[in-house]
Design a protein around this ligand. Structure first.
Ligand code: NAD
Length: 271
């Protein structure tokens, strides 16, 4: 699995899964365009990748040091995924400069756990704006470029919550269910042009969006123990484990995989 000399655009790359994905793509040889509304976090992601580059071959070279081939590079561009014109502009600029081999629609937001009737309209619309319209905007911006190239891979970061019933995550599960099926539609529409589209459905991972989740329970430790018991692997995942799955789908290692919703959930959904 390599991404040598490929250009990969990652949304929401300032933290969590997006930051880990950007780092892993660079490990695998890609030039990564890190985008986010959080400029300081996005710049830090790029700086960290540059730091790994500088230590290339040394003891601190990280996981990339174990792979054959050269490590890649990264740059930051500010982008709010809910802004369709801005998304098109960033994609068009990147494509004109170096082509666009892969787009990772990762940016996402959640909401505080609440029953369906307890989620206010503003919170629901915010989740749909970022998680659904953001993914739509990314696909709509990238597809003309990738179709014209005759190649490209789109990876949408959905969620376990988009596939199984997820009490108290109503707006979030609505948004992620939409992403899973929209991904299949994009795959069906674009496959004839050599463009693949897949989704990754992570279970709960340590860090990132879910960091505050357990704090909303009276007994956070008990809530975490109860959740972990539902995973066949009896633990939560890591952002790096999700990043590996994203990179697989973005790379030619997955050249005959499209329209897939890859569960990265420690076996939660198969039980
Ligand atoms: P995170 O909060 O660490 O990262 C999300 C990033 O998206 C942040 O850097 C944030 O600034 C950015 N973002 C938010 N709104 C944006 C916008 N409008 N435009 C551009 N960027 C924006 O969260 P994470 O856990 O790394 O989540 C990444 C993705 O993974 C999300 O789509 C999330 O739904 C999904 N996911 C996370 C988990 C988990 O357990 N953490 C599980 C399943 C799916």
């Amino acid at each position: 699995m390599r991404l040598d000399d490929e250009t990969v655009l990652v949304t929401g790359g300032a933290s969590g899964i997006g930051r880990a994905t950007a780092a892993r793509c660079a490990d695998l040889g890609a030039h990564v365009v890190v985008t986010d509304v959080d400029e300081s976090g996005g710049t830090e992601t790029v700086d960290r990748i540059a730091g790994v580059d500088a230590r290339k071959g040394g003891a601190d070279a990280g996981r990339g040091g174990a792979d054959a081939g050269e490590e890649g590079s990264a740059e930051f561009r500010p982008l709010d995924v809910t802004d369709r014109e801005a998304f098109e502009s960033v994609v068009d600029d990147v494509a004109a400069e170096r082509g666009l081999d892969a787009l990772v629609n990762n940016a996402g937001v959640g909401h505080l756990p609440a029953p369906v009737e307890g989620i206010d309209d503003a919170a629901r619309e915010r989740v749909l704006d970022v998680n659904v319209r953001g993914v739509w905007n990314g696909c709509a911006a990238a597809l003309p470029v990738m179709k014209a190239q005759g190649s490209g891979a789109i990876v949408n970061v959905a969620s376990l919550a988009g596939v199984v019933g997820s009490p108290h995550l109503g707006a979030y599960s609505l948004s992620k269910g939409a992403v899973v099926n929209f991904t299949r539609t994009v795959a069906a529409e674009a496959g004839g042009h050599g463009v693949r589209a897949n989704a990754v459905c992570p279970g709960f991972v340590e860090g990132g969006l879910g960091a505050q989740f357990f704090e909303t329970f009276d007994d956070p430790e008990a809530a975490k123990r109860q959740m972990v018991a539902d995973y066949a692997l009896e633990r939560l995942g890591t952002v790096e484990e999700v990043a590996d799955a994203v990179c697989y789908l973005a790379s030619d290692a997955a050249s005959f995989v499209t329209g897939e919703a890859l569960m990265v959930d420690g076996g939660y959904s198969m039980q």
